[in-house]
Ligand binder design. Structure first.
Ligand code: ADP
Ligand code: MG
Length: 456
């Protein structure tokens, strides 16, 4: 499948995310983009000199490997510092001079993770927006910071991807550290816990050091605890760590992508420990909360984003706060390039790529019914052997949607819509794709058709 450079880089990031730790990923790969590919060399734009050095020294191999697996024509990678990282608009030819911007480095330092606690200072209660979707989890989190180890122990927070679990966990840790600088706080993912344990065993190091490290804390925060399931030795060690802390009145906080009852392959005694404390869920944010989050993240950043654009983002991106931020960053980057705020139309176009990836899969009959209904054609209408524009156009749109939302092959699509050739389907797909870049009325029409498709 054809991939533009932006998509290529997103795919590379997707692979690297699995290979490096979460903290490393957030610290070094955020705000990177692909600047261009020339003669088999991919140029990666990074936000500051720090990041450049790290990518060159530590992650070059990962990057090359993923780049090649995504596009075999790429042989090597180089890195440049660029304050504007929008791949679509920078030309590979005119490379920006590397700038070593002190402000950026300072900002970067401030955001780096604390070595003792693994806490990210950016994730605080102050920067955490509360809505009905998360107010219970928020209240529970805040209250344990005031009554450490005594009220809700353990606190178990669960919810889907990108909804703020990690943010809330760090906020709890940061708050406790702020109120009690002498307390020992430790944040880690369950994956890291498992990996450390494995490495202790492999290197035949004394298990006692490992045990001590986790048992001498006042607050232990374990993120994404579902990953521990099915790893017997780790579960056991984890269970003992948990008991030891619990018995001494030390606070434990867990997060997971599902409630304890729904975690499969986990030891019963561990599950019942999770359930015994307070379980609080985070669900999907409502529109008002999404808008509030966007306003908070936009903060005093320049250039200012128009209110209607923020509303559009909040309206369109519904499920995931991480994607909400991603959309905001795209808009910021594009307006920086233009040197002025984007209009609503421009914003819609800029976000087209993103809104595409958040959509669901529809069946062919859902698509065909929705299109026929929307254009008032009656079901047979789309299959009619006619060149009338009133029929041709909806048929092209149906073909486009069969490709986009059902991922049908062109021969299949041609066949489905009245036994046409695969080139007709391909042509229709390309035509509509191109028009969508310019025609906001069409964008709106397709949005409404999708609304019908997915309404049930
Ligand atoms: P999860 O761990 O549930 O996958 P994260 O905590 O990593 O999600 O959140 C994803 C992004 O969304 C982070 O950048 C985080 O700061 C932001 N975010 C999540 N919830 C909120 C919130 N309530 N207020 C502000 N930002 C939030
Ligand atoms: Mg998380």
């Amino acid at each position: 499948m054809y991939m533009n450079q932006e998509e290529l880089w997103q795919s590379v990031l997707g692979q690297i995310e699995f290979e490096v730790s979460r903290a490393n990923f957030a610290t070094w790969f955020k705000h990177t983009s692909i600047h261009g590919i020339e003669d088999g060399i991919a140029t990666i734009a990074v936000p500051n000199a720090f990041a450049k050095e790290w990518l060159e020294k530590k992650f070059h191999k990962n990057i090359i490997k993923s780049l090649r697996s995504t596009n075999p024509e790429i042989r090597n990678a180089s890195y440049i510092v660029s304050s504007i990282n929008s791949p679509a608009h920078t030309q590979a030819k005119k490379r920006p001079e590397p700038v070593e911007n002190l402000d950026e480095q300072l900002e970067f330092k401030e955001f780096s993770v604390d070595r003792d606690t693994n806490l990210n200072p950016r994730y605080t209660f102050e920067s955490f927006v509360i809505g009905t979707f998360n107010e219970f989890a928020h209240a529970a989190g805040l209250s344990i910071t005031k009554n450490l180890g005594s009220v809700y122990n353990p606190l178990f927070i669960y919810g889907g991807v990108g909804l703020g679990k990690t943010h809330l966990l760090h906020a709890i840790g940061n708050q406790v550290k702020k109120d009690h600088p002498d307390f020992k706080v430790l944040y880690l993912t369950s994956e890291r816990f498992v990996n450390e344990l494995i490495s202790v065993i492999q290197n035949r190091e004394p298990l006692q050091n490992f045990k001590d490290k986790y048992r001498n804390v006042d607050l232990l925060i374990i993120d994404d605890v579902q990953f521990i399931a099915g790893k017997a030795k780790s579960e056991e060690e984890f269970f003992h760590t948990f008991n030891s802390l619990y018995e001494r009145g030390k606070q434990i906080v867990f997060s997971s992508d599902k409630p304890p009852q729904a975690i499969q392959n986990i030891e019963e005694r561990l599950r019942s420990r999770f359930e015994a404390g307070l379980n609080a869920d985070i669900s999907e944010p409502e529109y008002e909360a999404r808008l509030a989050i966007l306003k908070l993240k936009q903060g005093s950043k320049e250039p200012v984003i128009a209110g209607e654009v923020l509303e559009y983002i909040a309206f369109t991106i519904q499920k995931n706060i991480r994607e909400l931020e991603g959309a905001l960053n795209i808009i910021l980057a594009k307006s920086k390039l233009k040197g002025r705020p984007l209009t609503l139309e421009e914003a819609k176009i800029a976000l087209e790529q993103l809104t595409k990836t958040t959509k669901r899969i529809a069946t062919p009959s859902q698509i065909i019914n929705a299109v026929a209904q929307y254009y008032d054609l009656g079901e047979g209408g789309l299959f009619e052997r006619s060149r009338r524009r009133e029929v041709v156009r909806p048929r092209q749109i149906a073909m486009y949607l069969l490709r986009e939302d059902f991922h049908g092959s062109y021969p299949f699509i041609g066949q489905k819509l009245g036994g046409r050739d695969h080139t007709t389907a391909l042509h229709a797909y390309e035509k509509i794709s191109n028009e969508l870049k310019k025609d906001s009325k069409l964008v709106e029409e397709i949005k409404q058709i999708r609304g019908k498709m997915y309404e049930s």
